[in-house]
Write a protein that binds this ligand. Structure first.
Ligand code: SF4
Ligand code: F3S
Ligand code: ZN
Length: 103
């Protein structure tokens, strides 16, 4: 499961589409955690898709991650600023790849 303390335990490695990426990042097999308020551990996500289907405000978009061992697409929290903290995505992800931190 995603580490809920990732902000303390990791450093920001880069930015992607306006959100932080928490390292380590070593492409293509290690991709880190995308997002901060809505955080997706790309190294755990296996492209189940429930988060994209269920998010009422369409926070997520697929991004291509060729040659990643878990899956070649990931749910990117591209619009994390629109999140309404319903926690549905956290509940439906089968591998607990998502952390939402209601502020
Ligand atoms: Fe979407 Fe709700 Fe998850 Fe926020 S908590 S990203 S609104 S499903
Ligand atoms: Fe990935 Fe979980 Fe969504 S596996 S696609 S973050 S439901
Ligand atoms: Zn991203």
């Amino acid at each position: 499961a995603i580490d809920p303390e990732f902000e303390n335990n990791r450093d920001i490695a880069e930015e992607h589409e306006g959100h932080n990426v928490w390292g380590p990042v070593e492409e293509p097999e290690t991709l880190g955690i995308h997002g901060t308020h809505v955080a997706v551990d790309f190294d755990i996500c296996l492209a189940d898709g429930a988060c994209l289907e269920d998010c009422p405000v369409d926070v997520f978009e697929w991004v291509d991650t060729p040659d990643h061992p878990e899956s070649e697409i990931k749910a990117d929290p591209a619009h994390e600023d629109q999140c309404i903290d319903c926690m549905l995505c956290v509940d439906v992800c089968p591998v607990d790849a998502i952390d939402v931190d209601p502020g």
